[in-house]
Design a binder for this molecule. Structure first.
Ligand SMILES: [Fe+2]
Length: 326
């Protein structure tokens, strides 16, 4: 127990009589709030996630090895997950966000499925990758951003005449499991038959645009330094629980912190981030995370572009988003 000598905070000394009482409570599946109150009601967020940098030079050989060891068919999704040491039991890269790196050889595909978790992906390399979302077939190139929103049927693959393709997946799986709201279904067809998807009278709670091509996003980014992937109908985030953006870094930013976690992939260039008092040096394709309420800033000697996704839409929808520049 964390005792605090502050009015309004728990500060109960142990006595033999109390200790016997605590044991009696435990036997009855009961407990004394004052023994845990200061831990479960912290003054400010205490994320279990720690700041992490996964270097591509370490991740890449392990991802390529997966392609040799396991078939895409047997694995269903052949992905190497990025696991935060503080959030192992949730398979989270940070907070409520999951991320992994998926590899697919020419001619391979993952079978069609859908889940309550929302998913997004940022293509790292390769030619000939495609994804089919609710019947719509989309062709993906390096640094393209694609959505498979919650509840949409999706399957992925690489054309026979393509090259080995690698992309980063981002999902809100830990959020869905924290809320005990996750579902998973397998499509009756192994691979969906492509068919046009009508956008008339779009009432779904996510963007009607599923694919955001790198070239057009990058040219927008050059104008504003921040490019938010948006739902064009609402101007808001692409999905109800997760947002994503590109940011251009060419100097050192000011420190900030906010509730909600962010997972980054270095799209181009190299630089550094100070996160929770630690310095991380990053280069292209490295992946790193900023846990909730952790003070951070980014810097780069020359122009670098960071792709990132976050759980800000979930935080904002619940009225929990808070930021500070101190
Ligand atoms: Fe999926």
């Amino acid at each position: 127990m964390q005792r605090e000598n502050v009015v309004g905070r728990a500060n109960v000394e142990d006595t033999a009589e109390l200790e016997a009482y605590y044991r009696d409570l435990e036997k009855r599946d009961l407990g004394a709030l004052w023994n845990v109150a200061n831990d479960i009601e912290p003054w400010y967020p205490q994320p279990k996630s720690v700041p992490m940098l996964w270097k591509w030079r370490d991740v890449q050989p392990m991802v390529r090895k997966a392609a040799d060891l396991v078939t895409a068919e047997k694995a269903a999704r052949r992905v190497v997950m990025l696991v935060n040491p503080g959030r192992k039991e949730w398979s989270a890269a940070a907070g409520l966000l999951y991320t992994g790196v998926q590899i697919m050889n020419p001619g391979e595909f993952t079978s069609a499925h859908r889940h309550q978790a929302s998913a997004l992906r940022f293509v790292m390399e390769g030619k000939g990758a495609f994804t089919v979302v609710d019947g719509e077939r989309l062709t993906l190139g390096a640094r393209d951003f694609v959505l498979t929103p919650n509840g949409t049927w999706h399957d992925h693959g690489v054309e026979k005449d393509g090259t080995q393709c690698i992309w980063q997946d981002g999902l809100d799986i830990p959020l869905m499991n924290s809320l005990d709201a996750n579902f998973y279904e397998v499509h009756p067809q192994t691979v969906q038959t492509p068919s046009p998807l009508s956008r008339d009278n779009w009432t779904r709670p996510y963007s009607p645009v599923f694919l955001y091509k790198w070239d057009s996003c990058f040219s927008e980014l050059r104008k504003e330094k921040i490019f938010e992937y948006k739902n064009p109908l609402t101007g808001g985030p692409v999905m109800p629980t997760m947002g994503a953006r590109l940011e251009l870094v060419n100097s050192e930013s000011k420190f900030k912190r906010h509730t909600g976690s962010v997972i980054y992939q270095v799209a181009t260039g190299h630089g550094w981030s100070d996160i929770g008092g630690q310095r991380f040096e990053w280069e292209e394709k490295d992946i790193f995370c900023v846990p909730s309420w952790t003070r951070y800033r980014h810097g780069a000697p020359r122009e670098a572009v960071l792709f990132s996704f976050n759980d800000f839409p979930a935080m904002k929808a619940l009225g929990l988003f808070r930021e500070s520049h101190d």
